[in-house]
Write a protein that binds this ligand. Structure first.
Ligand code: GN1
Ligand code: MG
Length: 368
């Protein structure tokens, strides 16, 4: 089936005019669909869920349905008191009333409303943008904070559980393929050594969770800067998109991931590592924005683990990208031979920068 005929399976007004591939995201395939009637046009997002990454796509969709229904209700209740019009994608139904369409090859497809007149960016533009990234993330976490976490399925067991990624890495690194890749590149050996030196740090958040200091709650799971929509008219954050990974987790996964993405002005795809650094002005702005929303639901223990979460999620992504390089690029989509190695090196440089600036980061965390 073509993406055009799949688009027509969803409950839309008008006829499908075209389906444009949007080259975004490292996991799913994403398209922009345009439909027209004789007097109007509609656009929506069509996605093929990567069932190699998400073994239970129907569970992803039931989480997404539950959380968006809940969040839309809350956003509407609060609309008159709010300083902006918050948005969130809506899961569109198929013509036979389902939340997804399964094609003849067993691929799962979903359609989502498009957040129009808003733009997301590959990397942070300025401190205002960083502030909005924090504000949007805090607002989203606050909106879903009271959703009963036991009603969310675990769509990706082990997601953001760093010791699990480390254990996977340890298995992969022993294969002949991985050993060849290590022999072939001194950069790869440097990343490997970097990971080994920090092994003990990998369990910092999971240990705190096991001790009962940190609680599992509904989280976004993937709040990178490309998932933050900025309103073209007001310049303010208006939505967080990419709700695949909304599931039970620690809010620290979101904080760490949001910071490592939004406070690296070079972005995660850069090839020249010179500009990869944690930008402290962006960091301060992001945390100010985040705390304005989140302060009211964060505990003292939550605040205590902020620095660790920023360092850990960056370190975790070093492990994830690097293990995928050693495994032959089976998880993240790649565009060139050493893409995952390069991504790992970017996160390693960023992690080094976070470690070197620890005292300044902690000072900012105490002051916002
Ligand atoms: C993946 O799909 P995308 O590009 O938003 C990954 C995230 C990583 C991110 C790094 C389900 O996100 O965890 O942080 O790449 N998503 C999944 O760019 O693994
Ligand atoms: Mg994602």
């Amino acid at each position: 089936m073509t993406p055009e005929s799949i688009a027509a399976e969803f409950e839309v007004t008008g006829q499908v005019v075209t389906v444009l591939n949007i080259d975004t995201g490292n996991v799913n395939d994403t398209y922009r669909v345009i439909t027209r009637t004789s007097y109007s046009e509609t656009q929506f997002v069509l996605q093929r869920i990567n069932h190699n990454v998400f073994p239970k796509p129907d569970l992803v969709m039931s989480n997404m349905r539950a959380i968006t229904d809940y969040a839309h209700k809350r956003l509407n209740e609060q609309a008159s008191k709010s300083n902006r019009i918050w948005q969130l994608p809506l899961v569109m139904k198929t013509r036979d009333g389902k939340d997804f369409f399964v094609d003849a090859e067993g691929n799962y497809w979903r359609a989502l409303s498009m957040i129009s007149s808003a733009t997301s960016h590959e990397q942070v533009l300025n401190v205002e943008h960083a502030h909005e990234a924090g504000y949007v993330l805090g607002h989203f976490q606050k909106t879903i904070a009271d959703f009963p976490v036991d009603q969310l399925g675990d769509t990706l067991p082990g997601f953001h559980v760093t010791p699990t990624y480390l254990a996977h890495h340890d298995t992969v690194v022993q294969t002949d393929y991985a050993q060849d890749r290590l022999k072939g590149s001194s950069e790869a050996r440097r990343v490997e050594a970097y990971i080994q030196e920090r092994r003990d740090f990998a369990s910092v958040l999971e240990d705190a969770r096991e001790r009962g200091e940190l609680k599992v709650r509904p989280i976004h799971g993937d709040p990178k800067i490309t998932n933050i929509m900025i309103d073209d008219i007001t310049g303010k954050g208006t939505a967080i998109i990419d709700l695949d990974t909304v599931k039970p987790g620690l809010i620290h996964y979101d904080i760490g991931d949001g910071v490592r993405s939004a406070c690296n002005p070079a972005g995660e795809e850069v090839k020249d590592l010179r500009d990869v650094v944690i930008d402290l002005d962006s960091f301060e702005a992001l945390m100010k924005g985040y705390q304005k929303q989140a302060r009211e639901f964060l505990t003292d223990a939550d605040q205590h683990y902020m620095y660790d979460s920023i360092r850990l999620l960056t370190f975790e992504l070093v492990i994830r990208f690097f293990s995928d390089y050693l495994a032959g690029d089976v998880y993240f989509k790649t565009d060139y031979e050493s893409h995952n190695l390069n991504r790992a090196r970017v996160q390693m440089k960023l992690c080094e920068s976070i470690e070197a600036r620890e005292s300044m980061i902690r000072r900012i965390l105490d002051s916002v």
